[in-house]
Design a protein around this ligand. Sequence first.
Ligand code: S3P
Length: 185
Amino acid sequence: METNVENIRAVLKKPIVMIGLMGAGKTKIGGLLAKSLDLPFVDADHEIERAAGCTIPEIFERDGETTFRDMERRIIARLLSDDVKVIATGGGAVMNEHTAALIWSSSISVWLKADLDILVDRTSRNNKRPLLQNGNPAEILQTLMDKRYPVYGKANIVVESTPAEPEHTLDNLLAALADHLQKTG
Ligand code: S3P
């Protein structure tokens, strides 16, 4: 992977944005990617919580999803406007047309794609996701897949997130990234 890392670093001019459903591994894999490329890593959800001074469930509860989406758009716009880095976004970020337009135009977007059972398993480990608290998480995630996958499909790169070691997904992502950069210059 050393060759890929060197090639990527030599030509990378835009931030890399991780997109995909809740539980796909955007924070985990995005963090590993940043480390291997020696770039800063930022999780947009953490930045929103930091700016709001409370958790995402609290923002949804207190101000509603529309306010959350607006904060998310502003934070992502700021993160995209400065130095090259890896950014993990929340699963709904690209469903807002303004946020999506920013991501498509100013970054290399990576869709981490995972099977439903993996998403259900990973998201069942905590209750930090307000969209999964009212109803059957598998049904909700399936509905979100149907709605969001056509939009996630616009990403520059698609990488499967499997139950294998995260380093395996990272290796596939580095190879896909090197390939994308070679094709797009
Ligand atoms: C959301 C995903 C969450 C978070 C919020 C809404 C979504 O982030 O932004 O709960 O709409 O899919 P993760 O994808 O990191 O869980």
